[in-house]
Unconditional design. Structure first.
Length: 278
């Protein structure tokens, strides 16, 4: 039997990358999906972000799995927009059981040199946006009276320090604080809250010129290729791989959302190929 059959999952940042993968894996396991994404560019982000066409493609792939999907173009920095998207999704799909607060951005720079906009955008999306997501969803989870599962996307940078991405690490550490507090506050309602902590994931967030420059500033731009960078990334993990696939994170999320993890709450779950051991 599908592990989340008959349930409804709300996934942010669902237009592509990890978010699309999470939505599809949950749909494969029987869930209907409320999928949102900003689907536009943020100026401080140094790579191409998702588009409305990307979000439409996510919806198409979910529908191919014979699951229902409701989409909305919404910025997690805008609580009213997030709440409207959740409310309309629940109105159409009838319930809410699972929340995956996945939406996030990446940029880089030393903390001494970051400009105000880059720091603020990071905190607003990667931390405040997670709070907005959960805040908008909690009334529906409580109203269902069936408990629920909330999974927050943090990072290995949410459990350890990393140079040149201090604003990202600060936001992802903050996600852990949110998770642990929510786990306590929502336990009486049988709502479980956990976080996942990926190492580098093979998506556009790391496969782009700006991130290549961060990891290989010594290489000429012409040599900053996916193949050459794989060797650099592989030095970060214990297992001999440069990065994991989005579905590796999605599989962890499906497990945390399922009854197989019915007594798991307040956990920081690394999917990191041993990075945190090094």
């Amino acid at each position: 039997m599908a592990r989340v059959a008959g349930k409804v999952a709300f996934v942010t940042g669902a237009a592509r990358g990890q978010g699309r993968s999470h939505a599809l894996r949950l749909a494969q396991e029987g869930a209907d999906i409320i999928a949102i994404d900003i689907a536009s560019q943020i100026d401080s982000v140094p790579y191409r972000m998702a588009t409305p066409n990307d979000l439409a493609e996510t919806a198409r792939q979910i529908e191919e799995l014979d699951r229902r999907v409701v989409t909305a173009q919404a910025d997690v920095r805008d609580f009213a927009a997030v709440r409207k998207a959740v409310d309309e999704g629940v109105a159409q799909l009838g319930r809410l059981d699972i929340v995956v607060a996945n939406a996030g951005i990446f940029s880089y720079g030393t903390l001494a040199d970051l400009d105000e906009a880059t720091f603020t955008d990071m905190i607003d999306v990667n931390l405040t946006g997670v709070w907005h997501t959960v805040k908008a969803a909690i009334p529906h989870l409580k109203a269902g009276g069936r408990g629920g599962a909330i999974i927050l996307t943090s990072s290995t940078a949410g459990l350890s320090a990393m140079e040149n991405i201090g604003h990202y690490a600060a936001a992802k550490h903050g996600v852990v604080g949110l998770m642990r507090t929510l786990a306590l506050e929502l336990a009486p309602e049988s709502i479980r809250v956990n976080s996942v902590h990926p190492t580098s994931v093979d998506t556009g967030m790391i496969q782009n010129a700006a991130t290549y420059a961060l990891f290989a500033p010594d290489l000429p731009e012409s040599e900053r290729t996916r193949e050459n960078l794989a060797e650099r990334y592989a030095t970060m993990t214990a297992l001999p791989i440069p990065w994991v696939d989005p579905v590796d994170i999605s599989n962890a999320i499906v497990w945390l959302a399922s009854d197989e993890a019915r007594y798991v709450t307040g956990v920081t779950l690394p999917v990191d190929a041993g990075q945190l051991l090094k």
